[in-house]
Design a protein around this ligand. Structure first.
Ligand SMILES: Cc1cc2nc3c(=O)[nH]c(=O)nc-3n(C[C@H](O)[C@H](O)[C@H](O)COP(=O)(O)O)c2cc1C
Length: 431
């Protein structure tokens, strides 16, 4: 099998995508000129920046974003307080016509947000009339200054159902509901969207948070002339949250709708993880803000190489493949135990494993000062594996399952000397 045999195309609610990668609704999908360049780079479609109906003027705060840096790594997350499109509806719709004419084989998804029932219907209809292949209903922008819009709708489940049903009556193209992650359970509102007639679910929008405080002005960032706000976090920092919500919805038999996954996708591995947990199209914003449209080449190449290696020709055969292995802790086989295994050939003697095992693990490491190496007492290892997470070198520390005859020594919780020094009283059961 080689790359030519691989088929990345996907059918999503009856709409054909040549690969699963789309721009998500945001500044990266703000105009026809931008979207056209992204299509040339290889993206299969776009969820256009959420349309506004012009009845409510949109003015974005300035500045409206803050990049989250951790150590030397830039943009592990992005904070934004941006609203929906501030462009006139007419201009956005003219962009739709242009894009559909020039790129008929690419998928144009119109993201909409109405501020009344009639507006939802109106935006849906004009989107369809101007060439949109699908709709995405934005029930999830976390910082709209317009009351009763954005994620306020996403948290009022009956409104999700009502507006979805309104839109479904207005158009015949497929309709996808985009959900807020600022909620404990996404399956429930997704079921309301389904009852309203939604054909698919998109998730996640940004996660409410505060990324950083301006220490000179005591103001959360972005610092908008002395004031900050709780706003939307995106990028790699939110990927675990996105994966969790996608997997829960994918596992819900009653929901059974196609899922468009997003939140922190930057590499083909991120993309594949979303696919394995049930997403069949993937959307990206922060990855593009960080690296530009060309990351799609790496996304496509990485996924293709992986499929060649695994001898899987169709991407749809990967959708949800990890779900059967996703369970609850009560299903774990606790009889099976293991420990860390050390291969010290490449050890640089930094001692981080020793420190972490002592201060947060099972006291299973001693330190050989002459060799500047850890010495593992195998029978004390808790298999927490935190030593491997702090080790700066790959392949030194791995996990090894032990035979059932192996017995882990009980961890030393408190030494005898310490007990004596503190005049320690053993714990008594309350009567
Ligand atoms: C600056 C910015 C503006 C956004 N605007 C919108 C929007 O207008 N409509 C929408 O549905 N989502 C909007 N989003 C959310 C993204 O589409 C996406 O759901 C979120 O950023 C998670 O994906 P990511 O981690 O790839 O960025 C915006 C995100 C950012 C960072």
């Amino acid at each position: 099998m080689n790359k030519k045999d691989i088929d990345l195309s996907i059918d999503f609610c009856g709409v054909k995508f040549k690969n699963p990668f789309l721009l998500s609704s945001s500044p990266v999908s703000n105009s026809a000129e931008m979207v056209a360049r992204s299509f040339e780079a290889g993206w299969a479609g776009v969820a256009f920046k959420t349309l506004n109906s012009d009845t409510t003027p949109i003015i974005h705060p300035s500045p409206r974003m803050n990049g989250i840096q951790y150590g030397n790594k830039k943009l592990v997350g992005l904070q934004n307080a941006e609203m929906i499109s501030d462009r006139p509806l007419k201009e956005n719709l003219a962009d739709f016509l242009y894009l559909k004419k020039k790129y008929p084989d690419h998928v144009l998804i119109s993201s909409i947000m109405g501020f009344s029932n009639d507006e939802w219907a109106y935006l849906a209809k004009v989107s369809e009339d101007n060439g949109a292949d699908m709709l995405e209903l934005n029930f999830s922008c976390p910082h709209m200054s317009v009351e009763g819009a954005g994620h306020h709708v996403g948290k009022a489940f009956d409104l999700i159902e009502k507006f979805t049903a309104t839109v479904k009556r207005a158009v015949s193209i497929p309709v996808m509901a985009k959900m807020t992650p600022n909620i404990t359970d996404m399956t429930e509102p997704a079921l309301y969207a389904k009852r309203g007639g939604a054909d698919a679910i998109a998730a996640i929008n940004t996660v409410l948070g505060i990324s950083q405080i301006d220490l000179n002005q005591f103001t959360p960032k972005p610092n908008v002339f002395g004031l900050g706000t709780i706003s939307g976090t995106s990028g790699p920092a939110i990927k675990p949250i996105g994966l969790r919500f996608i997997s829960e919805m994918a596992k819900c038999k009653e929901l059974a709708l196609p899922l468009s996954g997003m939140g922190g996708i930057e590499t083909w591995v991120d993309a594949l993880e979303y696919i394995l947990l049930g997403a069949s199209t993937l959307q990206v914003t922060t990855g593009i803000i960080h690296y530009g449209y060309d990351i799609v080449e790496d996304l496509i190449e990485g996924l293709t190489d992986f499929m060649v290696e695994k001898k899987i020709t169709k991407i749809e055969d990967l959708v949800g493949r990890a779900l059967t292995n996703l369970t609850t802790t009560d299903k774990f086989d606790l009889k099976r135990q293991g420990r860390a295994e050390y291969n010290l050939d490449k050890c640089v003697g930094c001692g981080q494993c020793y420190t972490v095992c002592k201060d947060a693990g099972g006291f299973a490491l001693d330190w050989d000062g002459d060799k500047r190496q850890p010495v593992l007492d195998k029978d004390k290892c808790l298999s927490c594996m935190i030593c491997s997470f702090v080790c700066p070198i790959c392949d030194i520390i791995s996990y090894k399952e032990m035979p059932d005859t192996w017995k882990r020594q009980d961890a030393v919780v408190m030494g005898k000397d310490l007990e004596d020094q503190l005049n320690f009283q053993p714990f008594k059961q309350p009567i």
